[in-house]
Design a protein around this ligand. Sequence first.
Ligand code: AKB
Length: 336
Amino acid sequence: MSKPVALITGANGEIGRALIKRLAEEGRYDVVTLDLVPLAEPLRPFVLASYAGNIMDKYLLDEIVAHHDAIVVFHLAALLSSRGERDPELAHQVNVEGTLHVLRMAQNQSVRLGQPVRFLFPSTIAVYGLPSLAEKAKVGKIREEQWNLPITMYGCNKLYCEHLGRYFAHHYRRQQSGGRVDFRAIRFPGLISADTMPTGGTSDYGPEMLHAAAQKKPYSCFVGPDARIPFMAMPDAISAILALIEANPEKLRATVYNIGGFSISANEIAERARRAFPGADISYNPDAVRASIVDSWPEDVDDFRARRDFGWRHEYDADRAFDEYLLPRITGQKSG
Ligand code: AKB
């Protein structure tokens, strides 16, 4: 019997690669992918079909769902925060207009199939905008409704698209013939993978520092040693996506959820890298813009709603993330 089909946009990105592998291990879905460039060769055996093209191309989106009865969409394609600050209009086009196209496609698909289409949207801690370090320290673990005042185009785009998704899920369908987009969003902290490197983000200093130390390359960090935000190990990020997308809709009391990993400063990451790779050459040369972005993000998140509604629990605290996932795998790759 054929399996349900899941469409992943932005499939070549860090989350996309890890998600494709986990979905292949679990075998729940036949996976169809879309990315601007052809899907990375090693991932192709894991997917049913892959398309190279732009989410701005409505005809391509329609063609994909005409050929595949996707009932789940993981819409991962986006320009991240640092890249978005270099070209805010492009970020708006891709992150907002692109998301609108993918939501519309999901809505039409739902009408065609006569069943809801589940839609996973990766949002971010960049939707928060703390006005000062004093307020950041005072707030500590931030709740979803606090300080929704992003200072980056990416944060504005993601916050708006959370609303757009909620609109499609709860209001748009009133005027439409049937279909329903079952929209669910996760606000991710900075992510660290042992296998891949992020591009275009502002939390990138975490993974960059660690991978540079493993490769014995000097690293000049673009935020100061005290900069602190929450991070998460990639396996937990994928577990959260799957837990939320599989969750019983009747249990979900919100459309947007914080999920927590571990709160850590740049210096604490550097210390862990130095212990694992003695002689690691890590210095600090803060970039005013990127450092101010990180300062505006919370130092930790309150993920009470995710725990209550879909049983979220991270597996990796800082010790387990570094000692049992990141360091052994990165060291293995270096020697292997
Ligand atoms: C970024 O740095 O832009 C992303 C994020 C925190 O959403 N990693």
